[in-house]
Design a protein around this ligand. Structure first.
Ligand SMILES: *[C@@H]1O[C@H](CO)[C@@H](O)[C@H](O)[C@H]1NC(C)=O
Ligand SMILES: *[C@@H]1O[C@H](CO)[C@@H](O)[C@H](O)[C@H]1NC(C)=O
Ligand SMILES: *[C@@H]1O[C@H](CO)[C@@H](O)[C@H](O)[C@H]1NC(C)=O
Ligand SMILES: *[C@@H]1O[C@H](CO)[C@@H](O)[C@H](O)[C@H]1NC(C)=O
Ligand SMILES: *[C@@H]1O[C@H](CO)[C@@H](O)[C@H](O)[C@H]1NC(C)=O
Ligand SMILES: *[C@@H]1O[C@H](CO)[C@@H](O)[C@H](O)[C@H]1NC(C)=O
Length: 384
């Protein structure tokens, strides 16, 4: 009895020490905040004791890009204008105009027909960064997918990395399989003209970030691919297949069905120069062969080639809460992407992703969710 009390007391003491020592360094705050007096002070857009969770605010129904009910005579099935995530881009001249560069599946085949039906489209919102976005332009025809679009200050151009291959489309909903190549196209304006694609590497799921800073205006570019492997090139336009040098492979198990199995990396550098990746974490498939709910992982490192930390915990899950008080638990929530403030703080303001409902009949769409108070302040500042 006395012994167990002693153990309990020791336990209580160590727990107290643990909780009062919630952090020792900023790494304990996921590099998304500062450790002050053993407590994490999270940067805007992040929350939880270790700042490892995105600070989601309720989303507005029928925003994002959700035109799954469209039916056109040329469509082969009833999954409408399904889509699978998109990058929000604020127009460089017209600050109240927002673009979304979308993975779009015309022909009504939905997500399961992504290869070969996927195209890259541009949609616009005049009602704020959350949308709703309206289809404006097909930028690239089938097959193009997994676009990652960033502004490169050194080149004064948008860079768009995608996978794809020119292909003949079948006349019914079918799915093809082939090895993927990543290529890059550029444009001075988001509407185009876009240059012909130049091959980059074999692989899939690209995510790019220019190394440019005001102090070091370099044209170098960092590129993350599947399994969070990181490449670097002297310029976006480097010799096909070899110009991008592999600078980091992750030490953890990246095999399918391992607890550290991910896809869809989205990589960025924060205001302190630290690096982050959001990824679709496939832990649920590993554990139970299910696609929900713990689907978002956050990885971070002080340097691109340094020791990346993969905390095996949710940065986001499949639940979206709505401004009307309702909530949707999705079957899938993948292709995470952030829209950042352009004020140098690199504050994540909106999170976009591809989603699929349990009862959606294979339809998929793109949801945009605000993060933290910053999203509302950004909208107010623009007069929305
Ligand atoms: C998406 O569109 C479908 C079809 O119009 C609709 O049933 C669904 O409620 C929409 N979802 C959201 C979150 O807007
Ligand atoms: C649906 O997609 C088609 C084909 O890309 C496009 O022409 C049409 O404008 C889209 N409709 C809506 C409502 O987004
Ligand atoms: C990828 O590139 C290789 C090398 O050029 C080529 O053989 C292959 O056909 C390409 N794959 C696709 C799907 O275009
Ligand atoms: C990696 O994970 C896979 C799938 O769980 C497993 O089969 C394999 O043994 C693991 N490899 C190592 C080196 O742990
Ligand atoms: C997702 O996380 C939120 C916040 O912790 C929680 O309220 C919600 O129940 C979770 N969703 C699922 C499906 O577990
Ligand atoms: C990475 O970790 C190793 C082993 O813990 C250490 O020797 C090395 O200095 C670390 N590198 C960086 C860049 O933090």
């Amino acid at each position: 009895m006395i012994l167990s009390l002693k153990i309990l007391a020791t336990l209580a003491l160590s727990l107290a020490v643990l909780s009062s020592r919630a952090c020792e360094t900023d790494d304990d705050c996921s590099l998304n905040g500062l450790c002050a007096s053993n407590t994490c002070i999270c940067d805007p857009g992040w929350t939880s004791p270790d700042c490892g969770r995105l600070d989601f605010y309720p989303a507005t129904r029928n925003t994002g890009y959700n035109w799954t009910d469209v039916h056109l005579p040329s469509y082969y099935a009833a999954r409408g204008n399904s889509s699978w995530g998109g990058q929000i881009i604020q127009d460089r001249q017209d600050k109240t105009l927002f673009h979304m560069i979308l993975e779009h599946f015309p022909r009504g085949c939905g997500l399961s027909g992504w290869r070969p039906f996927s195209v890259i489209a541009r949609a616009e919102s005049r009602t704020g960064p959350a949308g709703p976005y309206h289809h404006k332009q097909e930028l690239f025809g089938a097959f193009r997918h997994n676009s990652a679009t960033v502004w490169s200050p050194a080149d004064e151009k948008y860079l768009m990395y995608t996978i794809g291959a020119d292909t003949e489309l079948p006349t019914t909903c079918r799915s093809f399989k082939w090895a993927n190549n990543v290529s890059v196209s550029t444009a001075p304006d988001i509407r185009g003209p876009w240059s012909p694609f130049a091959p980059v590497l074999k692989g899939t799921n690209p995510s790019a970030w220019p190394l440019w800073t005001p102090e070091n205006p370099t044209p170098e570019i960092a590129l993350a691919l599947e399994d969070n492997v990181i490449y670097q090139a002297p310029t976006f336009f480097s010799a096909p297949w070899e110009g991008y040098e592999k600078i980091k492979s992750q030490p953890w198990n990246t095999s399918d069905y391992s607890p550290t199995w991910t896809e869809d990396p989205f990589m960025w550098r924060d205001k302190r120069g630290h690096w982050h990746i959001l990824a679709h974490w496939m832990i649920d498939i590993t554990e139970r062969n299910e696609k929900f709910p713990r689907v978002g992982a956050h990885l971070f490192s002080r340097t691109l080639t340094g020791n990346w930390t993969f905390k095996e915990q949710e940065a986001y899950n499949t639940t979206v809460e709505w401004t009307d008080g309702g909530r949707t638990d999705y079957l899938r929530r993948e292709r995470p992407k952030l829209f950042f403030s352009g004020d140098g703080e690199v504050t994540p303001l909106y999170f976009s992703s591809g989603v699929q409902e349990f009862e959606g009949g294979g339809k998929s769409y793109t949801v945009v969710q605000p993060l933290g108070r910053g999203a509302g302040e950004f909208e107010t500042g623009l007069g929305f």
